[in-house]
Write a protein that binds this ligand. Structure first.
Ligand code: PMP
Length: 433
């Protein structure tokens, strides 16, 4: 960086995630500050963070209580591992986590959503092996699903562009069809039609033998593939089919966890209980990387029949239960509780929904989907404007959101209030109308 420009001289050494380096270098978008609902760009502009980080800064940016907890922990004990030893703060963080998820007794800590997904899939495979059903090797995902970018998550994921460079990964992955039906366009919240698509799982069981299927993984509300709330009855039907065949149901709650639906986890909002669920992002308000896999007692108990000298699960990360992440997680849960963050999300959700659907008459907006504090608009693929162009225009007037193909997605911090929903509406009006 030279004194005259806030833009670094070297924009090449950092190979950026999910970024066209050529496009980035042509028009670098750089932020250097984040407070509450806003980023500050390197040239001093305020930009409303319409995607709450990447669906993760649930309590807004720069919360002083979380920052203080991280600083204090860093000074006391920067690191200690948890391979056969431990530290109290990781156990405290785990107890606080499971207390938010009645019916789930254990959490395995990871460092990200992708790691949580791969851990969950491995737990499912290990569970069946431990019970003498090692033939259960089929893992079922869904079209348009995003389960991170590691080998397992990419295998069960359903976004072709993400898989194309790598070919087939896990050989026994199967996919359900996605649930985005044209007849449901402009539905508010859960669409009416589509529960029948859960029968795809029954078909996979018929074709491959239900006794060979280990697990099915879905996002309760599909997020990064384009935002698709589950059709009414769909998750319930998946649960039934899983029960019929002894298949583990995994919810990927990396986006929906920690209040985005107004409840701690989306499974509680929908009243459907998986056997395993993943989380990350909002776990520490995105301050220190941390994820987790929550399991029922039944799942964990299956791992306790082996020799006591050996690990329950031959799996773990150097940073599982990292002290800084654990401290950040505890402080984050304190903030969520003391400031009523999830309750605020529940209160704002209908206002958010009305705001989004007020754009239903824009001619090239062909669909609007929403659930909790998530929303997406789909632009007609034949329109002269594209979602990335709209995202650029929005950025220029102070609103950040994420283009996904023809869609753009929004998931503001859960601290948003009516005034800021109004400001988002004003900015969207400038962008869309
Ligand atoms: N699962 C879901 C549902 C996600 O939305 C994401 C990230 N957006 C991931 C997994 C991967 O998380 P991470 O980027 O932290 O690896």
């Amino acid at each position: 960086m030279n004194d005259a420009s806030p833009i670094p001289n070297d924009l090449d050494s950092f190979w950026m995630p999910f970024t066209s380096s050529r496009a980035f270098k042509a028009a670098p978008r750089l932020v250097s500050g984040a407070k509450g609902l806003y980023y500050t760009t390197v040239d001093g502009r305020e930009v409303f963070d319409g995607t709450g980080g990447l669906w993760c800064s649930n309590a807004g940016h720069g919360h002083p209580r979380i920052i203080e907890a991280i600083q204090k922990q860093a000074a006391e004990m920067d690191f200690a591992h948890c391979f056969g030893q431990g530290h109290p703060i990781a156990f405290q963080a785990a107890s606080r986590m499971v207390a938010l998820a009645p019916g789930f007794d254990h959490v395995f800590f990871t460092n990200s959503g992708s790691e949580s997904v791969d851990t969950a899939l491995k737990i499912a495979l290990g569970y069946h092996s431990a019970r003498g059903e090692g033939q259960r090797r089929i893992l079922v995902g869904r079209q348009k699903a995003y389960h991170g970018i590691n080998f397992g998550g990419l295998s069960v994921g359903g976004i072709g562009l993400n898989k194309g460079q790598f070919g087939t990964l896990y050989p026994s992955a199967q996919h359900l069809r996605h649930t985005n039906l044209p007849e449901n366009r402009m539905s508010k919240g859960q669409p009416e039609t589509g529960a029948h698509l859960a029968e795809d799982l029954a078909m996979i069981c018929e074709t491959h033998g239900g006794h060979n299927v280990a697990a099915v993984i879905v996002e309760p509300v599909a997020g990064a593939g384009g935002v698709f709330p589950p059709p009414k009855g769909y998750l319930e039907r998946l649960r039934e089919i899983c029960d019929q065949h002894g298949i583990l149901l995994i919810f990927d709650e990396v986006i929906t966890g920690f209040g985005r639906m107004g409840t701690p986890f989306a499974s509680q909002h929908f009243g459907v209980k998986p056997d395993i669920f993943t989380a990350a992002k909002g776990m520490t308000n995105a301050t220190v990387p941390m994820g987790g896999v929550f399991t029922t007692a039944k799942v964990r108990e299956a791992f306790l029949s082996g020799p006591e000298a050996l690990p329950d699960l031959f799996h773990g990360y150097t940073y599982s239960g990292h002290p800084l992440a654990s401290a950040a997680a505890i402080a984050t849960l304190d903030v969520y509780r003391d400031e009523g963050i999830f309750e605020n999300a529940a209160k704002m959700a209908p206002i958010w929904e009305e705001m989004l659907h007020s754009f239903a008459d824009v001619p090239d907006v062909i669909d609007i989907r929403n659930m909790g504090l998530i929303g997406a608009m789909e632009i007609d693929p034949n329109s002269s404007r594209t979602a990335p162009e709209l995202a650029k225009k929005a950025w220029d007037i102070g609103l950040s959101f994420r283009p996904i193909g023809n869609n753009f997605a929004m998931s503001p911090p859960l601290t948003i209030d009516e005034e800021h929903i109004g400001k988002v509406k004003d900015m969207l009006t400038k962008v869309l109308r």
